[in-house]
Design a binder for this molecule. Structure first.
Ligand code: ZN
Length: 359
């Protein structure tokens, strides 16, 4: 939904103002936008109402981590957060050790809500901002976010969000790979019967991206480095209007690593297991120009050679065939506004978000 933005630093209109705006709307577009803003207003009221109501419930206090005394309530304190429906405020209990121990400050309701002590923006808003920042520069992502949601954040905030989730995602990946290397296989993602019966395609490629030569500074000559990317998808078939059978990629999952094959290979193998490589009826591998990616893919696929039939196709990662002459030299220049490890992290985060929001 494309929304006109209220003036800089203006407070959201009160209900009477919104109603007035609705009644004065003439065109369909202004009518829809006025109604949309009323919807956001109601959403904010509902969220705040729920938060304040739940915060009134009795709190069970932990013991002080320093002296072991049961923590006591020090009363209610206000909290606010920028969310997808605007800024919301509520009051909740804060607790502390009766002996005044340092570090005993506790807010159980924040933990229930899954928010961090100094968090200023809610996860669903950050998710949207990070997804936009994967595809366009930060300044443009901030503008798009404001157009789509009416929420203004700076491009610097978007950058911070990507860094935050990039680091978290990297940590999650590393922990999962470490677990797997110790012999703990990751759980296979839930698939419908129809999806599970489709062949699994794994395609790998390298994408050369421009990076800053020094962390935190745009000065100096651009450094081009390869991000190794793989897509894992189930293949479905349908007959189009011309009676021709066409293939569709379903259940797309991505793996991206800024680093060497030693880092890429276990991550790709891990995701392959998550995508049911061990039970897929048929396995296909697809590589493009970069021979190293192809070699890696062959190694990964060979792990399951005994259980699956493997065919290596030459296909662009989007699913379109690539002209052979272009394959070896093509440089896909991703000016996506991400720098350093943020590219691979953001891609990985995108997978996490996509996975969590799948279905
Ligand atoms: Zn204490």
């Amino acid at each position: 939904m494309l929304t006109p933005l209220p003036k800089e630093s203006s407070e959201p209109l009160a209900w009477s103002g919104l109603l007035d705006q609705l009644q004065k709307s003439q065109t369909l577009a202004t009518l829809v936008i006025a109604a949309w803003q009323m919807g956001l207003h109601i959403a904010r009221i509902l969220v705040e109402q729920q938060l304040n109501e739940r915060a009134q419930q009795p709190t069970s206090w932990d013991d002080c981590p320093v002296c072991g005394h049961r923590l006591h309530s020090k009363g209610f304190a206000s909290r606010q957060m920028l969310t997808l429906v605007g800024r919301v405020q509520w009051r909740r209990r804060v607790g502390r050790c009766p002996n005044g121990c340092a570090g005993s400050h506790s807010i159980p309701f924040d933990q229930v809500l899954g928010i961090e002590p100094y968090q200023q923006s809610s996860v669903e808003l950050m998710r949207l901002g990070c997804l936009l920042a994967i595809f366009v520069p930060f300044e443009l992502a901030a503008w798009l976010l404001a157009q789509l949601s009416g929420i203004r954040v700076s491009d610097d905030s978007l950058w911070q969000w990507v860094q935050q989730y990039g680091k978290q995602s990297t940590h999650n990946w590393e922990a999962a790979v470490e677990d797997w290397q110790k012999g703990h296989s990751p759980p296979v993602e839930d698939l419908s019967e129809a999806l599970a019966a489709m062949p699994l395609l794994i395609a790998a490629d390298g994408v050369t991206v421009p990076l800053r030569p020094q962390v935190g500074s745009p000065k100096g000559k651009t450094r081009w480095r390869e991000v190794k990317v793989a897509i894992l998808a189930r293949l479905s078939h349908r007959v189009n209007q011309n009676g021709k059978q066409v293939t569709r990629l379903q259940q797309r999952r991505l793996v991206a690593v800024l680093g060497d094959m030693q880092r890429f290979q276990p991550r790709l193998q891990l995701e392959a297991i998550r995508q049911g490589v061990e039970t897929a009826p048929k396995l296909s591998g697809s590589v493009t120009g970069h021979e190293a990616s192809g070699d890696c893919l062959r190694i990964v696929l060979s792990s399951w050679q005994s259980v699956c039939s493997i065919s290596i196709m030459r296909l662009l990662i989007s699913g379109r065939p690539l002209r052979p002459i272009k394959m070896a030299t093509q440089r896909v220049r991703l000016r996506c506004g991400l720098s350093g490890c943020a590219i691979s992290c953001a891609m990985a985060m995108f997978i996490a978000f996509s996975t969590n929001s799948a279905g």
